[in-house]
Design a protein around this ligand. Structure first.
Ligand SMILES: Nc1ncnc2c1ncn2[C@@H]1O[C@H](COP(=O)(O)OP(=O)(O)O)[C@@H](O)[C@H]1O
Ligand SMILES: [Mg+2]
Length: 253
């Protein structure tokens, strides 16, 4: 498969994980918003055909992409400096998707190829869970700078992170580092830290596999509420999360 020439786009980073619900989309949205808030020009490409959540998280659900003068698709502006393309903009609501691999691959190719992103410093790609067609297609289509793998610390999720590591290694795409989401929750009454799903499991895995570990994100009830209504305010989320994002941005810049 020929790689798509994405001219004028700087770093291209895919966010992946073996499992659904580990917070890939949330993390992708947070990373994209943080980069945009720092003045970077950011594109966020959501290639989850079966459960595209980015528009919901960013409060731009139901929007449609325009067509530019060059007949290319125009991304939806989600915030200053942040342009979004999602499979959901192309699909009718609740359209049943029982697509087979090749159709999905073509769809993703079209989205990536026929979008007029303009100049971007970063393109963040939010992927569906697992190690299936979409991710393999993505690595074949786009010359990725690297991937960030998001996992949660319970054993079954760690197992899936390992599968993602293997899949990424087989594609030769660089793994920039692992992020442990839902590492803990802070009791709102007494401030005690509760390790909901285990402690430090993703970090241990990173060490074992000799991959970078960026850090953990606590489960933040405020963040959950914000994502539910599609209005993420970076200044109102847990400091550990914004600190982690700053650290990751420093490392990928
Ligand atoms: N650190 C977190 N704190 C609070 N809620 C979170 C956190 N990470 C994810 N969530 C919530 O969990 C839900 C599932 O996350 P999502 O990003 O959609 O997972 P994935 O894309 O991996 O399937 C989101 O709707 C979000 O509200
Ligand atoms: Mg998702």
């Amino acid at each position: 498969m020929d790689k798509i020439k994405l001219e004028g786009i700087g770093k291209k980073i895919a966010v992946v994980s073996g499992k659904g619900g580990t917070g890939k989309s949330t993390f992708s949205a947070l990373l994209a918003l943080s980069l945009a808030a720092k003045g970077k020009k950011v594109g966020l490409l959501d290639i989850d055909v079966h459960g595209p959540n980015i528009p919901l998280l960013l409060g731009i659900e139901g929007k449609k992409m325009g067509i530019g003068e060059n007949k290319k698709l125009l991304p939806v502006e989600a915030a200053p400096n942040l342009k979004v393309v999602s499979t959901s903009f192309m699909l009718e609501k609740e359209q049943a998707l029982i697509w087979r691999g090749p159709i999905k691959s073509n769809f993703i190719r079209q989205l990536a190829e026929q979008t007029d992103w303009g100049e971007l410093d970063f393109l963040i790609v939010d992927t569906p869970p697992g190690t299936g067609d979409e991710i393999i297609t993505l690595t074949q289509l786009i010359d990725l700078t690297g991937t960030i793998i998001v996992g949660t610390p319970q054993a079954a999720a760690v197992y899936d992170v390992r599968k993602s590591i293997d899949a990424m290694r087989s594609t030769k795409v660089k793994i920039l580092g692992l992020v442990e989401n839902m590492s803990y929750v802070v009791c709102p009454k007494c401030g005690e830290i509760i390790d909901l799903f285990g402690k430090g499991e993703i970090k241990k895995l990173a060490e074992k596999e000799k991959i970078g570990f960026f850090g953990g994100m606590p489960l933040d009830p405020k963040l959950r509420k914000m994502t539910d209504v599609g209005k993420i305010e970076l200044k109102s989320i847990e400091k550990e999360i914004t600190d982690l994002l700053t650290k990751i941005i420093k490392s990928i810049e």
